[in-house]
Ligand binder design. Structure first.
Ligand code: SAM
Length: 364
């Protein structure tokens, strides 16, 4: 079954790994005649081979485990920083859509831990890092966690309260919905997350501050660029080397927050819509159609990360121990309650011959 067909049938999945789990689970035969010990051995072998093969195919996945990052995404933020120096002078940060937490780890290691270890920093001066996600996250030193939906005004209010009247120097957002494979829809849902991020930005970012947000490049990229330019003097779309070429993901690096004069946060949506229909024609949907032809905008696009560094689209040989074996590391911190948890539990239950799945103590 093709990706698009699966998406059309409403089966959500977030990446290849998850999709495999969901579809394996659907095809499970609880009463297979294969002796279970053999089946389990086979599964273990496939798992180990699968892990080693991912280590080989995905150098950033392997490096993340070696360096103690919870996800390979950590390298994306580090490579953006190499190019844009985003942490300079930063004392207060918001990490939107933070789970499982590799960006928060970067923030903790780059900002909080050096300050904590410095003999001259007083407790009151320690950097403030607030991380938000729908999913719970294992604790990270120096990071305050809020579990919530960033598109919900109540979550924004909780974040603002943590800042206690102060403003943030940096807001980062690596938010991604469960990708369906339908590019237009994925791009739309992604843009809703950016919009939610921008709403929080308008309440909490100090003038001159920075906003980094994941985007999906698509037909409305020009519109998004113009909308962000309303609020920031510098906007660059960056592609870190650790982000695969095959992925439509990129990052909007927005510098020097300067909202229009007299800007009222309540006017955000009206202002953004105006960029999409500048003639003010009401029957026009907010779109990037008018940004074609003579109005075409040229978006600064930058590849970042050491160009002689690792290429995320290449396979690399695995480092072998003296005896020729390869030591495959486990992920640093598996997600606490991932969306695919129920599928995993059901798979386990069916392999143990539990027939009445309703008896499982699982959430929806
Ligand atoms: C790519 S992951 C973020 C990875 C993270 N930056 C890291 O380095 O570990 C995307 C996250 O966006 C979160 N997310 C998606 N929609 C959200 C929403 N409306 N509110 C809060 N979090 C959301 C998901 O739960 C997921 O954890």
């Amino acid at each position: 079954m093709g990706i698009r067909k699966r998406a059309a049938e409403g089966i959500g999945y977030s990446d290849k790994f998850n999709s495999k789990l969901v579809f394996c689970w659907q095809n499970l035969q609880p009463h297979s005649s294969t002796p279970s010990i053999l089946k389990q051995f086979g599964r273990l072998k496939v798992n180990l081979m699968g892990k080693a093969s991912r280590d080989k195919r995905d150098i950033y996945y392997r490096k993340a485990k070696e360096e103690g990052w919870r996800a390979r995404s950590a390298f994306k933020l580090l490579q953006i920083d190499e190019e844009f120096n985003i942490f300079e002078g930063v004392k207060r940060v918001v990490d939107l859509c933070a789970a499982p937490g590799s960006w928060s780890q970067v923030l903790s290691r780059k900002l909080y831990l050096p300050a904590k270890l410095s003999p001259v920093t007083k407790d009151d001066d320690l950097p403030l890092i607030v991380a938000i996600d729908l999913q719970p996250m294992a604790p990270i030193e120096g990071v305050i966690q809020v579990q919530g939906d960033i598109t919900n005004v109540k979550t924004a209010e909780v974040v603002i309260r943590h800042f206690d009247g102060c403003k943030a120097d940096l807001v980062v957002c690596d938010g991604a919905p469960d990708v369906t494979g339908l590019h237009d829809m994925d791009e739309f849902v992604q843009s809703q997350l950016i919009l939610a991020g921008l709403t929080i930005v308008t309440h909490i970012l100090k003038e001159g501050g920075k906003f980094i947000a994941k985007i999906f490049r698509g037909k409305d990229t020009s519109l998004l660029y113009c909308q962000l330019k309303l609020f920031f003097t510098e906007v660059t779309f960056a592609k870190p080397k650790s982000s695969r070429n095959s992925s439509i993901e990129a990052f909007a690096v927005c510098e020097n927050y300067s909202p229009p004069e007299g800007f009222n946060e309540k006017d955000l949506h009206r202002l953004l819509e105006k960029v999409g229909s500048p003639s003010g024609t009401e029957d026009l949907d907010c779109s990037s159609g008018w940004l074609e032809g003579p109005n075409k905008v040229y978006i600064p696009f930058l590849a970042c990360g050491d160009l002689s560094g690792y290429d995320s689209d290449r396979s690399y040989p695995l480092p072998k121990a003296a005896d020729g074996s390869y030591q495959c590391l486990d992920p640093i911190q598996p997600p606490i309650a991932p969306p695919y948890k129920r599928a995993l539990e059901m798979k386990k239950a069916s392999s143990q011959g539990i027939h009445n799945l309703d008896k499982l103590s699982l959430g929806p």
